[in-house]
Design a protein around this ligand. Structure first.
Ligand SMILES: C[S@@+](CC[C@H](N)C(=O)[O-])C[C@H]1O[C@@H](n2cnc3c(N)ncnc32)[C@H](O)[C@@H]1O
Length: 274
């Protein structure tokens, strides 16, 4: 099985649209009249939630008319937010279930003319060279062994001077990560590496690194509030546990343990293509 197939199998759900519609109805929302905030519980499959998405958008100077590619777009929450800033957005993802759900949810918002999701791999992007002004990658690199290829592909599809915003979980000190975590069932499919590996891959692909920020404190804050809510009221009808499966609670506990021990952290990097 190829690496991409293994990733798709890890994230596959089987009946995602039905599960989301059921969750929305349980919350008293009308799936035929969705408001942007209705999907907030599943919009961000990354640490730090919407706060991190807003921060990345701000650091990338998003503005109306820019063409943006969201690589590993998941259910499309971040991409919808970027489209809300006026960008023309394409999302690609290797998990067919997610591409289908992202298109289905986006159509319900009537954003179809500004946003579309396609199947595809980060290491073989289905777009011609110099197509985009911005590219984003939120919590995807942990599934990709070849960071050099990932950055080379991002450089290829960006126009000269285009910006690449990475927000990935990275290894910030030695130590063992307990599995499962959200992105992998075990260490053989987890490619969490040091920031230096990203810096080198970016430089080799012709990027200049402009900014780098450690968002570990934000991630811990959001996770701890989630854990407190779950121990008080149980899992909500709609939430990221629908994506993480039956072992969502141990996955979160393992990520919190590795964050608390200072082994991993989500880092934001902004790089400019030559
Ligand atoms: C943790 S989710 C993050 C989703 C989304 N970026 C977000 O922040 O909500 C990781 C996503 O990356 C996708 N992915 C992993 N490896 C990929 C690859 N090589 N090419 C494209 N998508 C990939 C997965 O299918 C999944 O949707």
């Amino acid at each position: 099985m190829s690496g991409d197939d293994e990733v798709a199998r890890h994230y596959a759900h089987g009946n995602l649209e039905a599960a989301i519609l059921q969750g929305l109805r349980a919350l008293g929302r009308d799936p035929d009249r969705l408001q942007p905030d209705d999907l907030q519980p599943i919009d961000e499959f990354h640490m730090g939630g919407r706060v991190a998405t807003v921060e990345l958008a701000d650091r990338l100077d998003l503005a109306p008319g820019l063409r943006l590619l969201d690589i590993g777009s998941g259910l499309g929450g971040a991409a919808r937010f970027f489209a809300g800033r006026g960008c023309q957005v394409d999302g690609i993802d290797v998990t067919p279930d997610y591409v289908a759900a992202a298109n289905f949810l986006t159509r319900r918002f009537g954003l179809g003319d500004r946003l579309s999701f396609h199947p595809g791999s980060a290491t073989d992007l289905p777009f011609p060279a110099a197509t985009f002004d911005r590219a984003t990658l939120l919590h995807v690199g942990m599934n990709i062994a070849d960071k050099a290829r990932l950055c080379a592909e991002a450089a290829r599809v960006l126009k000269p001077g285009g910006l690449f915003g990475i927000y990935d979980v990275m290894r910030v000190s030695p130590g063992e990560i307990a599995y499962p975590v959200a992105w992998a069932a075990g260490p053989e499919t987890s490619f969490v590496v040091a920031p230096a590996v990203y810096r080198e891959a970016l430089a080799r692909a012709g990027f200049t690194l402009l900014e780098e920020h450690d968002r570990r404190a934000l991630a811990l804050d959001v996770f701890r509030r989630f854990q407190a809510r779950v121990s008080e009221r149980g899992l909500p009808p709609l939430g990221l546990h629908l994506l993480m499966g039956g072992d969502a609670v141990p996955k979160v506990a393992n990520m919190v343990a590795a964050l608390t021990a200072g082994i991993i952290a989500p880092l934001m990097m902004i790089a400019r293509r030559a």
